[in-house]
Each structure stands twice: as C-alpha cells, then as structure tokens.
Design a protein around this ligand. Structure first.
Ligand code: FAD
Length: 484
C-alpha cells in the first residue's frame, strides 16, 4: 500500500506497525506528549506541523526496523535531530512519519580523550558541559540548544573554526541506517565514498545517522562574550573589523560574529567573540574594544556558558523565523555597502518585522584544513589563504500572514548583495547549508563535480531514492525542492 496525502490508511498502518514493535515510543495526536514533541522544534512554523506520529527510538536497531516499515508503505517521513533547522520543511512533516531522535543521546568519551561518540539527540551546550571537566572540547555550535547532527552535516561554524575548520572537518566516523534497513559504520577506510559525501552533503540525503564520532581538542577554558555598539560608531566598527580580519589570518585562533539589527528604532552591532583559550582580553580584539559600547559581557568563561548566553541574548525560539545565506569574497568596502543596502531595504518594514545582518568569516582553515589533512569536504572552497565572508540574513516575526512577504524581502536582500559582490569581482556561488533558505539551491552551489559525486554516492547507497522521494526535509541533491 503506498502513502500520499489522500491515502492516510497507509500512514495509519505504518503508525500501528511501529507501535506494535515499540509501544511506548510512538506518540500520536491522542497523547498529551504530542504537543510537547511539536514544541521541541525551534521555529514556530515547524511547530505547526502535525505528523501522523512521532517515533522516539532509543537504539539504532529501532531506527532500522522503523525505516523498513516506512519504506514498505512508501510513506513520507522527516528526521529531527536537535530540531533547529530554520526552514519550514527543515526536519518536520505534515501527515507523515516523524523520526524524533531526542532519546538517542549517548555521549562516550574515548579513553585517550581524542574523540567522542555522540548520539544525534544531543544538543551542543549539553555536550560541552560533559566535555569541559575532561579538558577537551569539540568544534561545535555557538548556541546552546542547536543539535549536533544538523550542525555537523550542514557544515558547522564554531568558536573553534579559525583553528579547526568546519565542524564537518572534525567528523571521524558515522553510524548510519540506510534505506534498506542496513546499519553501517562509515569512516575514512570503510565506505570512503559515503564518508566524503557526508562531509557537507547533508546526512538526510543518504540515511539516518545514529552516532557521530567527533575529534576532540585540548581545552582549558575560553574568553568571550558580547560587545554591543551603537550606529553612531559604525564607521569605527567597520575599520576595526578590517583590522581584526587582517590579524585573524595570522592569529589563527580568534573567532567573532557581528550581528547588526534594530532595537527600539536604533541600529546596533553586537560582536559575539570567542577565543578558544583562557586568555583575558586577547589583543586581536583591542581595536573593537576601544569603541564605546552599550553592553559588554566579555570575560573568561566556559564554552557552555558562552553558548547559554548566546541562546538567551538572541532567543527567538517559538517565533516565526527565516534564514537566507550569501557568500562573498572578503572586502571591507563591499561588506559596508552590503550592510548599507540591507539597512535601506529593511527600513520600511522595521515596525512590523525584525531583520538582522550577521557576518561570519569562512576562514582559511575552513577552506583548506579538511583537504590538507585528508578529510576533504564537498564544498569546493579550497583556495588561497584568504577568508571569505558569509552573510546570514535573518528575520523574526509574529504573524503568519507575513510569511511570504518576509521570504521575498530576504530573497531581494540576497540578490542585492550578490549583485554588489559581482560589481566588486567578489561573487561566490557557495551557499552554506546551515544558514540557507529552502528556496536556495545549496548542493548545486558546491559545483557540478561535487554535485555529480554526491548523486553517484546517493545512487549507490540508496538505489531507490528513498531519501530523495520520501524524506521531506533538508536540501535535496536535485536542488531546493521541498516535497511536503
Ligand atoms: C539559534 C540558532 C543558532 C545557530 N547557531 C549556529 C552556529 O553557531 N553555527 C552553525 O553552523 N549553525 C548554526 N545554526 C544553524 C544550525 O546548525 C542548523 O539549523 C542545523 O541544521 C541544526 O541542527 P539540528 O540537529 O538542531 O537540526 P535539525 O533541524 O534536527 O536537522 C537539520 C537537518 O538535518 C537532518 N538530520 C538531523 N538529524 C539527522 C540524522 N541523525 N540523520 C540524518 N539527517 C538528520 C534533518 O532532517 C534536517 O534536514 C543555528 C541555528 C539556530 C536556530
């Protein structure tokens, strides 16, 4: 029996079959736990989805058995790790089968402390708290609640990225359930083609990951926090950012996000800094810290503490949210022009919709470290020892009636910045999966060769295209199409 929106019988049969196997782990609409499970998504738009049921496995073999039932009935399904995808169809499904991996939450540090096995239900803040007392850390998220799997398989921008590259460059091995229910372990030597594809191609295109083994790094604490500056000082902000950027390439450790947004009608730039050593006031940030500030939490702190602060300061859990990503070559005049264009375009909406302009470096290590150390990713960004700039355009709003308008403003902002980048000869086609909108074609942005490679690997490990046809979330190999 095959399942589609007019054939709910197959979906009910699927729910009953999995309930018969795991009676306490399937939550349907009749259970009070259903709403709680819906509210575990970050974006309100995903919270509004009503799957046939949530299935919460506790072991990899349960994922495998449920997968076989899903495929047998040809039903749509979604995979939720930490549930922080910003997209409406990121990891949720209406009238489909929802894998909710929250209870696959093991954390096992290797005896030699060089790596850690992590379940896909683990959030970064919780993982940092476990790792810190052992004097080790992973290249993980900067916000406490973000899930380990989506972050890693979408690339992963970390406070450690200037030194250790993308999160994905720190992935040593993966346990994955394929569409045929087979459970395999993938690493450099076993299934090396799938291992490479998982370095950037999104796990959701290949299978359901039940364990990630991540590289660990020595850790003794950090310095960081935020430093907020008002608009009257923005010329100084851009000058200081340029100095910081020049020094960052040689410093090789410092990391910073600059987040521009309006608050009470006033534009503000918040610098989130994270230095991966317990060094108070690292000189690389001096120029920035000389600008008068309206908020300053810089201090020696644990990574988990910085991540908790980020979650509180930028909190938009349970609101309507959208992200859009742009990548450009680094040039401070271009960056300033992009900011000015963003401020002008968003101004008329300021009373109703909140927009932000977030700047992150794609550091030389992120471009080259993976390939240099034999963990080549599929981004195709290898190149000179110069940073690129990722601009994350976000919006947060309350009213469902504004959904379409927000996305069209983000699309216009993205196109405007890309046109500016072309004028400066700094256009980059790369689109960062973790910050992309589902209308953006992420996989094509990796280049035709890498896209062809990913399709070849998917055809080998999922010959019937289950993860392209039935799995509704994420960025598909054939473009941005959403199938919910
Ligand atoms: C507040 C906030 C802060 C953020 N900060 C950062 C940051 O500092 N750096 C950064 O790089 N990104 C950041 N992001 C982006 C974030 O990394 C992505 O949204 C990421 O996808 C979230 O991971 P998750 O596990 O929570 O996602 P989910 O929404 O659960 O999953 C994301 C995608 O991965 C798939 N997936 C999840 N688990 C599995 C699995 N086990 N097997 C196969 N497929 C799976 C899902 O189906 C979906 O397609 C942030 C996002 C938010 C909302």
């Amino acid at each position: 029996m095959s399942c589609n929106l007019t054939n709910n019988a197959a979906l009910s049969a699927l729910r009953d079959a999995v309930t018969a196997l795991y009676p306490t782990q399937v939550i349907d609409g009749s259970s009070p736990a259903f709403e709680k499970a819906q509210n575990s998504f970050w974006n309100q738009i995903q919270r509004e989805k009503a799957p046939e049921c949530f299935f919460q496995p506790t072991e990899a073999c349960q994922v495998a058995k449920a997968m076989l039932e899903v495929v047998k009935r040809n039903c749509p399904f979604a995979i939720k790790g930490g549930g922080h995808s910003s997209n409406p169809d990121g990891c949720s499904v209406n009238a489909g089968f929802q894998f909710d991996l929250a209870n696959l939450n093991h954390v096992e540090i290797a005896e030699d402390r060089s790596s850690v096995r992590v379940g896909p239900g683990v959030r970064w803040g919780d993982l940092f708290k476990i790792l810190e007392p052992h004097g080790v850390i992973a290249a993980g998220g900067r916000d406490y609640g973000v899930g380990v799997p989506g972050f890693i398989f979408g690339g992963g921008l970390s406070y450690l990225s200037t030194q250790e590259g993308w999160g994905i460059d720190n992935l040593l091995a993966v346990d994955i359930v394929l569409a045929n229910g087979q459970q395999i372990t993938v690493d450099k030597d076993c299934h090396p083609d799938l291992y490479r594809a998982l370095h950037g191609g999104g796990a959701h295109n290949f299978g359901i990951v039940t364990n990630l083994t991540l590289k660990l790094h020595p850790y003794q604490g950090m310095w960081g926090g935020y430093y907020a500056v008002q608009e009257e000082h923005f010329d100084a902000v851009f000058r200081a950012y340029d100095k910081y950027t020049q020094r960052m390439t040689t410093n090789g450790k410092a990391h910073m996000i600059v987040d521009f947004f309006r608050r009470d009608g006033m534009m503000i730039a918040v610098h989130f800094m994270g230095y991966p050593e317990p060094l108070a006031n690292p000189p690389i940030y001096d120029e920035i810290c000389r600008i008068p500030s309206v908020g300053n939490t810089l201090r020696l702190a644990e990574y988990s503490n910085l991540a908790a602060e980020m979650q509180e300061v930028t909190d938009s859990r349970g609101k309507r949210n959208a992200y859009w990503t742009v990548c450009i070559g680094y040039n401070i005049d271009l960056l300033k022009s992009a900011y000015v264009a963003w401020a002008q375009i968003t101004e008329p909406y300021a009373k109703r919709l909140r927009f932000a302009f977030d700047v992150n470096h794609i550091t030389p290590a992120m471009r080259n470290k993976g390939a240099d150390e034999g963990y080549e990713n599929v981004y195709g960004l290898e190149g000179p020892n110069e940073p690129l700039t990722n601009i994350l355009l976000t919006s947060t709003w309350e009213d469902k009636a504004d959904d379409d308008e927000v996305v069209s403003v983000l699309e216009r902002l993205g196109a405007t910045i890309e046109n500016l980048a072309r004028e400066y000869g700094k256009f980059q086609s790369f689109r960062f999966m973790n910050y992309a909108h589902q209308r953006q074609d992420v996989i094509t942005s990796f280049g035709e060769k890498n896209k062809a490679f990913l399709k070849e690997v998917a055809a080998k490990y999922d010959p019937n295209g289950v993860f392209q046809r039935l799995q509704v979330g994420g960025f598909k190999l054939d473009g941005s199409r959403s199938i919910s």
